[in-house]
Design a protein around this ligand. Structure first.
Ligand code: HEM
Ligand code: HEM
Length: 193
């Protein structure tokens, strides 16, 4: 399988980064919702609120680094041709939705980072080392970044549901193997435009 995308299909790098980001974002939603809801002395799955915050911030920054690689992988090589089973309306939807997905992959972690730095909470990366604060404490900026982070989380969720729904409809109802285009070693049916 080729490393980069070509007109034939997605490359190994895009596929690997796609599924890594799916896993990390799933973790982020679970951990994010747990940590803002449990008390400081509670534990869930033997992890304290503090530990969830720590993991959420650290994994979020890893996701940001992966998003940079992912964008670079997308800019290298050529985008695969559309699957022939996608209608024009679906192509237009996918195009817009991918813009939202990519924007969110950057805006969410950056807003989270700005929030915790401007709010003076900081980041102890994987519980080991405190990252320097390049912003300084700015409460108004922290409040703005927090709301961008929370609203962005809901916007991304809606966008992921649309993305997932479309893939599921094609995979399960139309049975055109759209999902195979993003699976290792596969191309799916649709190769030509
Ligand atoms: C990379 C993807 C990320 C996703 C998908 C994500 C998602 C979320 C979600 C769903 C919540 C819960 C919001 C709520 O219901 O109140 C949350 C909260 C939070 N996130 Fe993230 N996050 C990400 C990255 C980060 C990063 C990199 C940081 C900081 C370095 C961060 C810091 C926080 C903090 C401090 C909260 C608590 C906000 C509050 O007080 O309500 N997040 N995040
Ligand atoms: C919920 C599970 C998910 C499934 C089953 C899924 C499946 C797929 C499939 C099959 C494709 C290829 C579509 C095609 O071109 O024919 C694709 C592309 C894509 N997916 Fe997902 N996806 C999921 C979650 C996500 C998430 C969470 C994100 C980002 C936060 C995302 C971002 C993208 C992007 C940007 C593309 C376009 C390819 C690229 O340029 O990277 N997906 N996905």
């Amino acid at each position: 399988m080729a490393l980069f995308n070509s007109s034939e299909g997605y490359g190994a790098l895009t596929k690997l980064l796609h599924w890594l980001i799916v896993a990390l974002f799933a973790f982020q939603y679970v951990a994010g919702n747990i940590m803002v809801r449990i008390g400081p002395d509670d534990t869930i799955l033997a992890l304290s609120q503090d530990a969830y915050y720590n993991w959420h911030k650290s994994i979020g920054l890893v996701a940001l680094v992966l998003a940079v690689f992912r964008l670079m992988a997308r800019k290298t090589g050529q985008l695969p041709n559309w699957a022939p089973t996608l209608s024009r309306r679906e192509q237009a939807f996918i195009h817009r939705n991918e813009q939202v997905l990519y924007t969110a992959m950057f805006v969410l972690p950056v807003a989270g980072f700005v929030y915790v730095m401007a709010g003076g909470y900081g980041v102890r990366l994987f519980g080991m080392t405190d990252l320097p604060n390049p912003i300084g404490e700015l409460p108004a900026l922290a409040t703005g970044a927090k709301w961008v982070h929370i609203a962005g989380g809901y916007i991304l969720l809606a966008s992921i549901l649309g993305h997932f729904g479309l893939v599921l409809r094609h995979q399960l109802l139309m049975r055109d193997r759209l999902l195979h285009r993003m699976l290792p070693g596969r191309h799916g049916d649709g190769r030509q435009a």
